[in-house]
Design a protein around this ligand. Structure first.
Ligand code: UT7
Length: 333
C-alpha cells in the first residue's frame, strides 16, 4: 500500500462577535428574508479590531493539535486570502504562536478553494517523505476586505478558522486522503477581486478608488461556475476513488450559499440532506469554510467513522477542487 496523508486531528474557532441579518438590514438596503432565502445565512461572525488572521489560525491549530494528541509537526501550510500583512506570509507567525519551532511554514492563496489546495500541498510533502506530520490551517479575517456598505458581499462573508493534522500512513487507513482534483481558470480572475493593494494597482503609484481595497464579486456568474465546477470536480474524485456517487455519506462543500450546496448535491443525485450545511451560522468564511464545516459536523456527531466524504470548493482565481476520504475515528473536541 502507498504512503498516504491521513487526517488525525481537527479543530476550529470563530470570533465572538455575531452579526445578524437584522444588523445588516439596519445599515443597508437588504432584509433578513432576502438574505435567508437567497443564501441560507442567518448570521456570521466578525473579528474585533486588533484580531488578525494569525490569531484565529493559532487557536484553530492549537485545537487540531490537541485533537490529534500531538505537540509537534514537521510543516505548517496556511490557506488564507487575508494574510496579516502583504509581506511576509502569515504561516511562520502561526507556527511561532504555536511554539512549533523552526519548521517550514508557508501560505497558499487560492481564496475559497485554498484549504483544498493546502491539503493537496501537505499531502505532497507527506508522500515525498519531506514531512511525516503537517498542520494544515484555513483562516480568514475576511470581513477586513469587505465593504461594510456593499450589499452584494457584506451579507455573505464572515470570519473564522479551521485546521487539521495530516499524518503519514497508508491508503487503506481510515482518514487517508484518497483522491484529489484541482483546477484554475485565470480568464475568470475578475469574478472575485480586490482591485488595489497588489502590484497591478499598488497603494503607491496608481491612486486607488475609495473602495478598491475591498473585494468585488460578480455573484450570479460565480454561482453558475461554482455549481458546475464543484459538481465536475466531485465527479472526478469519485471516479478516481472508485465510489458510486450514491454511496457518498457526506458532501462537505465550500459553504458559500445553501442553494449552491443543494444544486451540487442534486447534480450528483444525492439527497439534499447529505450536503452538510453550516453556512447558516458562519456565512462564507472562504479558506476556513471547509475545515470549519468538517469540525462542526464532527463535533455534532454527524460524521461517523467510515463515512464516505467528498470535499469540494470553488473560489476566486477562479479555482476549484475536490478530495475524497473515509471519515476517521478521531477526537473532535
Ligand atoms: O466564496 C466564493 C464563491 N462565492 C460564491 O459562491 C457566491 C456565489 N453567488 C451567490 O451566492 C449569489 O449570487 C448571491 C447570494 C451573491 C446573490 O444572489 P442572487 O440570487 O444571485 O442575486 P442577484 O445578484 O442575481 O440579485 C437578484 C436581485 C437583484 O435585484 P433585481 O435586479 O432582480 O431587481 C439585486 O439587486 O436581488 C437584489 N439584491 C439584493 N436585495 C436585497 C442583491 N443583493 C441584495 C441584498 N438584499 N443583499
Amino acid at each position: 500500500m502507498g504512503r498516504a496523508a491521513v487526517l488525525t486531528g481537527i479543530g476550529s474557532t470563530v470570533p465572538e462577535q455575531v452579526v445578524t441579518n437584522d444588523m445588516l438590514a439596519a445599515r443597508m438596503d437588504t432584509s433578513d428574508e432576502w438574505i435567508r432565502s437567497r443564501t441560507g445565512i442567518r448570521e456570521r461572525r466578525r473579528v474585533g479590531v486588533g484580531t488578525a488572521t494569525s490569531d484565529l489560525a493559532v487557536e484553530a491549530g492549537r485545537r487540531a493539535l490537541k485533537s490529534a494528541g500531538v505537540e509537534s509537526v514537521d510543516a505548517l501550510v496556511l490557506a488564507t486570502t487575508t494574510p496579516d500583512h502583504p509581506c511576509p506570509a502569515t504561516a511562520p507567525t502561526v507556527a511561532s504562536g504555536l511554539g512549533l519551532g523552526p519548521i517550514p511554514a508557508f501560505d497558499v492563496a487560492a481564496v475559497c478553494s485554498g484549504f483544498l489546495y493546502a491539503m493537496a500541498t501537505a499531502a505532497g510533502l507527506i508522500s515525498l517523505g519531506t514531512a511525516d506530520r503537517v498542520l494544515v490551517v484555513g483562516a480568514e479575517a475576511f470581513t477586513t476586505i469587505i465593504d461594510p456598505d456593499d450589499r452584494n458581499t457584506a451579507p455573505i462573508f464572515g470570519d473564522g478558522a479551521g485546521a487539521v493534522v495530516l499524518t503519514a500512513g497508508h491508503q487503506s487507513d481510515r482518514g487517508a486522503l484518497l483522491a484529489f482534483d484541482l483546477g484554475a481558470d485565470g480568464d475568470l480572475a475578475d469574478l472575485i477581486v480586490v482591485p488595489a493593494g497588489g502590484s497591478r494597482q499598488r497603494t503607491s503609484g496608481v491612486e486607488p478608488g475609495p473602495t478598491d481595497h475591498f473585494m468585488k464579486m460578480q455573484g450570479r456568474t460565480v454561482f453558475v461556475n461554482a455549481v458546475n465546477r464543484m459538481t465536475e470536480s466531485s465527479r472526478t474524485v469519485l471516479r478516481r476513488t472508485g465510489w458510486d456517487p450514491g454511496s457518498v455519506d457526506w458532501l462537505v462543500g465550500h459553504q458559500a450559499n445553501v442553494r449552491i450546496l443543494h444544486a451540487v448535491a442534486d447534480q450528483l443525485d444525492l439527497p439534499g440532506e447529505r450536503a452538510f450545511v453550516n453556512v447558516d451560522s458562519v456565512g462564507n468564511t472562504a479558506a476556513a469554510s471547509i475545515p470549519l464545516a468538517l469540525d462542526d459536523a464532527a463535533r455534532a456527531g454527524r460524521l461517523a467513522p467510515g463515512d464516505r466524504v467528498v470535499l469540494t470548493a470553488f473560489g476566486g482565481g477562479a479555482t476549484w477542487g475536490a478530495i475524497t476520504l473515509e471519515w476517521p475515528d478521531l477526537a473532535a473536541l
